[in-house]
Ligand binder design. Structure first.
Ligand code: PRP
Length: 213
């Protein structure tokens, strides 16, 4: 499956992002630079992910005249999936410091590959603006589907997901379950292995990020 074959998927074919992804994938990159790279790549991706955010007109006095400028006035919510989404969320918040943060704790059962929810802490008015779900890995898609279902049940109506590495299986699975959600990924990888790991991938992002490999 190429990025062109799926209308809901945006893959970042940008030299700076691909350059940083090459270091991120490298098995010799330790947890400290790994976290920095996640943070930086997420910050770069924000530019495109926020393209559809609504703006409203605001009168602004420049030093020379008054103009109609545009501002994002809706309440933005960034929702990292723990643990792996945390560093990316920080990079996104660097660009959008006014955003609220919701947390979803999901862990993938390595036997069944099904997600288990262990934490859910969200703003009460998720429908007040765009919501960005953040998780570096889209493998089987089970975690993202569960997370998006929780966000919709909590009222979110304007959703998108940002990840670093997506597997074709996960993209298809997610697109069938939530066809309204656009997926932004730094890379579309080849496939999943029998344990549900993305190939070539970058290993377990949560473990590499926190040195728990
Ligand atoms: C990883 C990853 C996603 C999920 C992806 O989390 O960060 O949340 O697995 O897999 P899926 O698409 O097949 O559901 P993990 O369970 O390893 O938890 P962690 O972030 O705490 O390491």
């Amino acid at each position: 499956m190429s990025p062109e074959t799926h209308p809901n998927l945006v893959v970042f074919d940008h030299p700076l992002i691909q350059h940083k992804m090459a270091y991120l994938r490298d098995v010799s990159t330790s947890h400290r630079p790994f976290r920095a790279l996640l943070y930086q790549i997420a910050g770069l991706m924000v530019f495109e992910v926020t393209r559809s955010f609504p703006t409203s007109v605001a009168r602004v006095q420049t030093p020379l005249e008054v103009i109609d400028a545009r501002r994002i006035t809706a309440k933005i919510t960034v929702v990292p999936v723990l643990r792996a989404g945390l560093c990316m969320a920080e990079g996104i918040l660097e660009m959008m410091p006014e955003a609220r943060v919701g947390h979803l704790g999901l862990s993938r059962d390595e036997q069944t590959l099904r997600p288990v929810v262990y934490l859910r802490k969200l703003p009460h008015d998720l429908n007040a603006g765009p919501v960005v779900l953040v998780d570096p890995m889209l493998a089987t898609g089970g975690s993202a589907i569960q997370a998006l279902t929780i966000l919709k049940e909590a009222g979110a109506t304007d959703l998108r997901m940002i990840c670093l590495v997506a597997a074709p299986e996960g993209v298809q699975h997610l697109a069938s379950a939530h066809p309204d959600v656009r997926i932004y990924s730094a890379a579309l990888d080849r496939q999943l292995n029998e344990r549900g790991f993305i190939l070539p991938g970058l290993g377990d992002a949560g473990d590499r990020m926190y040195g728990t490999v």
